[in-house]
Ligand binder design. Structure first.
Ligand code: NDP
Length: 499
């Protein structure tokens, strides 16, 4: 097969995966496609590397991960340029993405020992003659499968935490962004050159499927809900544990006491950054009746000022050309169902770009409200009050993030959202706070990256009890006497029998 194709669509050319810019068609990277045997060999090599890496201990790994973090910070412009060329993302958006990833490496490196390291656990009256010890031991090799929309932030969100926990990582980047994945691997090898602790395997979905079946200790997947189900089914064959970060359809709620200028600013950014190709992007807004018109006016005023194009624009091309059809269908469907266009509309889809589109009064049953659009589009619907907003926001099977603007009730509303995360008076900010876990509920997946929970995802709890004295009340032995059992009954009633 030759490499003549729609710009941005990856092709296999002479056994190589070739990625190209969705804006210009310029070749961004060319990598040998891995066979299932290659994947198995990569995992075998990683297994040996994992022993060495685990042997460095938390301190040795921390020192190396902090050096990797420093290298990324020094070369942030170079990596941002590659992200821009390969996926079309505007350079400033790429800088923000990489900065966030660097912060996660820093936090994971500094905190892994505290969160996962051996510690003594208090005993209770029962078994008081024992001490408890707890530590989180690495899985060995963790497979990481990543999407194209945040090709630095998403793999690092799993890989940095897995590495800090003492695992080796085999990464399968998206076929749309292999060059960014390989750049991450190569930069890590500059700092940790002794062993292949972080490696990549390239190819299409079947390479990801091979990684699921390769005997990795755990599989961390980020991508669509449909693929997450395939990954879980493949991993089920070998009881390989999975972490699934899947799609979303996040809602913003604008309450009556919200700062409307701030809400509009966050809404436009949360919905349109990275051309709306963000798992936690704001795709639906529910604004209460008294502020609805003013809010919509402010959103439109801000969104219509944004520039669209390849270089120096606020909104770049759609990375995955096939997504243009989905975006067009959602806009058409919303209008056909009675939704009103207040900005953009069907003409906004001009491949490879989509211009900002804002739709209001869109029926809740339409695809634009129910399905992930992954474009610079937004629906804003009027609701009576915050209760109705929460009800509508929670009506979908997705539950990733969300945003609430308001004063008195905002935090209470955020807590009622059926989602793994929420931002109050901002949008998407939870993703950058390394101390907070990140993940969804329902069709958005399960498990958590980031924060202490994110570190624990990549370690198995190992529990050890140790006797420190003779048992006064023997129970777990055949040496116990009927009198001992009678005392146990008495103790049970004394300790637990009252309320
Ligand atoms: P996909 O599900 O299409 O692909 C994700 C990854 O899985 C890719 O590397 C893909 O490889 C690989 N893959 C495809 N088929 C299989 C298979 N059968 N077994 C194993 N791996 C496979 O998602 P996209 O890349 O299109 O990413 C966009 C999606 O990711 C959106 O739904 C978005 O919401 C979600 N996402 C979720 C995030 C979260 O944290 N919850 C963050 C970012 C994105 P290939 O590319 O070669 O097909």
């Amino acid at each position: 097969m030759t490499a003549v194709h729609v710009p941005g669509t990856p092709v296999i050319d002479d056994g190589h995966l070739v990625s190209t810019s969705p804006a210009t068609g310029e070749e961004a990277g060319r990598f040998p496609v891995a066979t299932a045997d290659d994947v198995a060999r990569a995992v075998d090599r990683a297994r040996a590397a994992a022993d060495w890496w685990a042997g460095l201990g938390f301190t040795g790994r921390r020192e190396r991960l902090l050096r990797w973090r420093a290298l990324l910070a020094r070369r942030i412009e170079e990596l941002a340029q590659l992200v821009h060329v390969e996926g079309g993302k505007p350079v400033p958006d790429a800088i923000v993405e990489i900065l966030t990833a660097i912060e996660h490496i820093d936090w994971a490196a500094r905190n892994a020992g505290r969160v996962l390291g051996p510690r003594r656990v208090r005993s209770r009256l029962i078994l008081a003659e024992f001490t408890g010890h707890l530590e989180y031991q690495p899985y060995g090799v963790v497979g990481v499968i990543g999407p194209w929309n945040y090709p630095v932030f998403t793999p690092i969100g799993s890989a940095a935490y897995a590495l800090a926990a003492g695992n080796a990582v085999v990464l399968k980047p998206s076929e749309y962004t292999p060059a960014v994945g390989q750049w991450l691997v190569d930069s890590f090898a500059e700092v940790v050159g002794e062993q292949p602790v972080l490696t990549a395997v390239h190819g299409l979905g079947d390479v990801g499927a091979a990684l699921c079946r390769s005997g990795v200790g755990k599989l961390a997947f980020t991508g669509s809900t449909a693929t997450a189900k395939k990954v879980m089914a493949a991993c089920a064959e070998t009881l390989t544990p999975v972490l699934l970060e899947a799609g979303g359809k996040d809602a913003m709620i604008v309450d009556s006491d919200a700062d409307l200028d701030a809400a509009a600013e966050a809404c436009v950014w949360g919905a349109l950054t990275n051309a709306g190709q963000t798992c936690i992007g704001i795709e639906r807004v529910y604004a209460v009746d008294p502020v609805f018109d003013a809010f919509v006016g402010k959103v439109v005023a801000k969104a219509e000022r944004l520039t669209v194009g390849a270089e120096g624009a606020d909104i770049g091309p759609i990375t995955m050309p096939s997504q243009l059809d989905v975006i067009r269908r959602h806009i058409d469907d919303a209008i056909g169902a009675g939704g009103r266009v207040v900005l953009g509309g069907p003409d906004a889809v001009r491949p490879p770009y989509v211009h900002p589109t804002v739709l209001v009064d869109v029926p809740e049953s339409s695809a634009a409200v129910r399905e992930e659009t992954f474009g610079p589009t937004l629906t804003i619907n009027r609701v009576r009050d915050a209760d109705e907003a929460v009800r509508r926001a929670n009506a979908l099977s997705y539950g990733l993030g969300g945003s609430v603007f308001g004063r008195r009730r905002a935090v209470a509303i955020a807590r009622r959202l059926r989602s793994g995360m929420a931002s109050v008076n901002s949008a998407l900010t939870f993703a950058g706070m390394s101390t907070l876990p990140f993940g969804g509920v329902g069709d958005s997946g399960f498990g958590r990256i980031h924060g202490e929970d994110g570190l624990r995802e990549f370690g198995r709890a190992k529990s050890i009890t140790r006797r420190r004295a003779r048992s006064l009340l023997p129970s777990m032995t055949f040496e116990r006497t009927p009198a001992d059992v009678a005392r146990l009954v008495k103790a049970a009633k004394l300790m637990y029998g009252r309320r």
